[in-house]
Design a protein around this ligand. Sequence first.
Ligand code: PGA
Length: 254
Amino acid sequence: MRKRIIAGNWKMHKTLVEGLELVEALKAGYIPDDYYEAVVHPPFTLLHEISKALEGSDIKLGAQNLFYEDEGAYTGEISPLMLKDAGVDYVIIGHSERRKYFHEDNDIVLKKVRAALRHGLKPIICVGETLEQREAGKAKDVVADQLSILRGISIGDMEEIAIAYEPVWAIGTGRTATPELAEEMHKFIRETVAGIFNRDVANNLPILYGGSVKPNNVFDLTSEEDIDGALVGGASLKVDSFLSIIKNAARNII
Ligand code: PGA
């Protein structure tokens, strides 16, 4: 059975006090099970303290980004070594907001994925098309191009990787992809990965859906055969909604 993940991407939200409050409440309400791994991705400045707060809990810690060098004169950047030092397990790479506002392209995404793997961090690689690209009938071409970076990764490292399909038009808009539309793309992603590596690698790959995931739509989304969890933005900022998403995620897939 492949791994399933519900990850909360806090983006640029929460001071330390607010972040600790949220994590303490999550710890109190989270019931660990064998179905979904829960991960929180706070901003960099909170990582050390949240890591301490999560000690002894089953909730994992993730970062939202990293730089691809270990150290050096890169003002303002955070290296994979620093993330390891902060107790981080997962790292989101290539989020559409990074691609859009910080001009991250496939080359940068691949360098970041390799840097994460080099230090034992688990990359959650984001892919997804804009509305314009979807309307032009190019959604699959765009996603295939974003997935092409996997050709630069060894087959053994694929065990550490998760993909998040996040249609840009669904992020923060309240406009979720229908389960059928999301499933179609998830299946396409799995087929593409099978083509790059093999069927086993594709079958073991967790593919998360992201884009306006809420407590009331997560069950239908995760009931789809190829949707193995969710990357949640806005609804991960409140304890009740994030816990409900974890609780409501479907448990009926073998
Ligand atoms: P959203 O964000 O749930 O607020 O749409 C998802 C994401 O960008 O990861």
